[in-house]
Write a protein of this length. Structure first.
Length: 319
């Protein structure tokens, strides 16, 4: 949809406290975009950065939106430039909206454990049918909590660990070595900060990169030629055509697609993107729960697309 106009509106999406960054955040701000091309076709997109991730801020994305002057073609050019990856992702949603809105498939989902959640919550999620759990790990916490999570869940339940780039090399090496020796652990996600030279020593076996692929339109050095797992957040990863090209050499079994506390617009788009690239592992879609105003998808071990959502009604709520 190259020619037309657009509007955008800012909204606040509530985030369940145990799953928010450090357990301290109660809401995040997002921008909904509504575009209409010259033929009258309507499309939606969402700008959804996450604090602490190496993308633009919401204010920077808003400056990009304002600089387009409500002209859709100009906005799409800004989105493709690569300097505003969350805005670029939102523009990709606009371009694919017909397919996104129609997506009705269902994908397996990993259950999310916040930093303060342990074996009790893990047992609840496993009992609800989640075959894979993802636990946030803290700097300096050691292994007792992780061992307790494994002990409290069935042997067929796998575990992913996410450090969000906060570990030092020594602690990261200990955690990764333990993961490599524990068959039920799939991988350790982003153990070191993006660009950390320690990745060369750590190696790629049972290591996943996330933030390293989100560095303001470029990859961190360790992401070039990466042979481990990759977790992709479509709402934060820039232009989707470029993203697909960058992921072309990574086998689908090493790709994990994740949501990032978007509203229903970005969440539906993330599901459709996961299906588009043929990702085979359980997705990181455990960000639902806590905001009936902006969510439309049902949480669970399998999360399905919603072709029946009233998108115009959701846009009206943002007014």
């Amino acid at each position: 949809m190259p020619a037309g106009s657009f509007q955008y509106r800012k909204i606040h999406r509530r985030v369940p406290a145990p799953r928010a960054a450090g357990g301290k955040m109660g809401s995040v701000e997002r921008q909904h975009i509504r575009a209409v091309d010259d033929g009258g076709q309507v499309a939606y997109g969402e700008v959804a950065p996450w604090p602490g991730f190496p993308t633009e801020s919401l204010a920077e994305a808003e400056a990009g939106l304002n600089s387009a002057g409500a002209d859709l073609a100009t906005l799409l050019e800004i989105g493709r430039a690569g300097t505003l990856p969350c805005l670029g992702a939102a523009c990709s949603m606009l371009g694919r909206w017909r397919e996104i809105a129609r997506y009705a498939g269902a994908l397996p989902c990993a259950g999310l454990l916040g930093e303060s959640e342990g074996e009790r919550r893990a047992a609840e999620l496993a009992g609800a049918g989640y075959g894979c759990l993802k636990a946030k790990v803290r700097d300096g916490e050691g292994l007792p909590r992780l061992r307790a999570i494994l002990a409290a869940t069935p042997r067929e339940t796998s575990l992913r660990l996410d450090a969000n780039g906060r570990l030092g090399l020594a602690e990261a090496r200990d955690l990764v070595d333990w993961a490599r020796a524990e068959p039920r652990v799939e991988f350790v996600e982003q153990p070191l900060a993006p660009g950390d030279a320690g990745y060369a020593a750590l190696g790629s076996s049972k290591v996943a990169l996330d933030e390293s692929f989100l560095c303001r339109g470029r990859r961190a050095p360790e992401a070039e030629g990466w042979r481990g797992f990759v977790e992709v957040k479509p709402a934060m990863a820039g232009d989707w055509d470029e993203l697909r090209a960058g992921l072309a050499d990574i086998p689908p079994e090493r790709l994990v697609v994740s949501s990032s506390f978007e509203t229903a617009v970005g969440f539906q788009a993330a599901l459709a993107f996961a299906a588009e690239i043929g990702a085979r592992r359980a997705g990181g879609f455990g960000t639902l729960g806590g905001d009936a105003t902006w969510e439309r998808h049902a949480p669970g071990p399998r999360v399905g697309g919603r072709p029946d959502i009233d998108w115009e009604g959701l846009w009206a709520r943002a007014a």
